[in-house]
Ligand binder design. Structure first.
Ligand SMILES: NC(=O)c1ccc[n+]([C@@H]2O[C@H](COP(=O)([O-])OP(=O)(O)OC[C@H]3O[C@@H](n4cnc5c(N)ncnc54)[C@H](OP(=O)(O)O)[C@@H]3O)[C@@H](O)[C@H]2O)c1
Length: 328
């Protein structure tokens, strides 16, 4: 991937897409193709095909998707499977038809079975039942992975599937209903601080453990993977192993944290001094979710942003962007 290459970032206004744009620009990549949903609806297969034929991007970061937390996933499962399948059909098909050199497709750790052995290795894919609350979304993402893998086998494309852990950071979704756990806690503690609320109730016992990666580390890992993964070395070997093109790659921080410790850290950094009460009558979900990122680490990549620094940066951004931070 050279700085002059034409690179399409699908979903460039999203959490991951905007981090990719920031990072690529800081590395001197200026030939970025960016289209808002109004300019190009990725569910429109014909429009997407025409766009790829006209623009001929050399590389694609596929960071567009219909994304949401538990509530959104369990309330609108039809939208999650329908929209994501359509977006994937459009983009993957157009990328193959117009000879895109490499594409990084973003999946999610929820594609792995609910009871997968921890830390979760890539080999767990399709070995057990999914978490029912986001099954529709996970099935759409699994279809995307298998599409990439099948296109690689049949057409010789280089489509890489990356599975990020829970991401957070500047540009996150802070909506009350649709957000993930970390931005949701940040928003609640911020509101409680302003309202001088004495106590906040956090769902569950606080004991489940989760992994969080700052989105700038995610962007860094994505660019790194595009550069090294599935490259053919001078000796003919393929980086990532002989089966690199049929494999998926986990992108994780490498350590997990209990929801209780996370909540206490977010409260501290937000400056909320009230009491956190854990409501044990609410369900906890899977006890632990940590990705095994050995495959990625073996290519020499490491995360750089600690959870504490990452949360502090995210809160600074939240405070500085009241209108942009989605405050619905
Ligand atoms: N956030 C996480 O914790 C996390 C974890 C694991 C994996 N991932 C994966 O990473 C990828 C990016 O996630 P994200 O958190 O960056 O999501 P996000 O902030 O919601 O961004 C998704 C982007 O896709 C765009 N998009 C959706 N449908 C579109 C359509 N029909 N046409 C054009 N654009 C469309 C959205 O545009 P609008 O702004 O117009 O809606 C948005 O800019 C997803 O594949 C997700 O599964 C995310």
């Amino acid at each position: 991937m050279q700085p002059s290459d034409k690179i399409f970032i699908a979903g460039h206004r999203g959490l991951v897409g905007s981090a990719l744009v920031r990072q690529l620009r800081s590395l001197g990549f200026e030939n970025l193709l960016l289209r808002s949903r109004q300019e190009l609806d990725l569910e429109d297969i014909a429009a997407v095909r025409a766009f790829f034929e006209k623009e001929r991007p050399r590389h694609v970061f596929f960071a567009a998707a219909k994304v949401g937390g538990i509530l959104a996933n369990s309330s609108y499962p039809a939208d999650f499977i329908h929209d994501n399948l359509l977006i994937q059909l459009s983009v993957i098909g157009a990328a193959q038809a117009t000879n895109v050199e490499k594409m990084l497709f973003l999946g999610s750790s929820c594609i792995y079975p609910k009871l997968a052995e921890q830390p979760i290795r890539e080999e767990s894919l399709l070995t057990g039942e999914l978490e029912p609350t986001n099954e529709a979304y996970a099935i759409a993402k699994i279809a995307g992975i298998i599409m990439c893998r099948s296109f690689n086998r049949q057409y010789g494309t280089r489509f890489i599937s990356a599975m990020p852990t829970n991401l957070y950071g500047e540009g996150d979704n802070f909506e009350r209903a649709g957000s993930h756990v970390l931005p949701a806690l940040m928003r609640r503690f911020h509101d409680a601080k302003l309202a001088n609320q004495d106590e906040i109730v956090v769902w569950g016992s606080g004991s489940p453990r989760r992994e969080f990666l700052h989105v700038d580390d995610m962007a860094d890992a994505s660019i790194h993977l595009m550069r090294v993964w599935a490259e053919t070395a001078d000796d003919g070997s393929v980086v990532g192993g002989q089966n690199a093109l049929n494999e998926i790659v986990n992108i994780g921080y490498g350590e997990d944290v209990s929801i209780r410790d996370l909540a206490e850290l977010v409260a501290e950094l937000v400056g909320y001094r009230g009491t956190l009460r854990f409501d044990t009558s609410m369900p906890d979900g899977t006890p632990r979710k940590l990705l095994d990122s050995t495959r990625l680490r073996a290519t020499g990549w490491r995360p750089r942003i600690s959870l504490r620094d990452g949360i502090a940066r995210t809160y600074e951004w939240f405070l500085a962007h009241p209108a942009v931070a989605r405050l619905g």
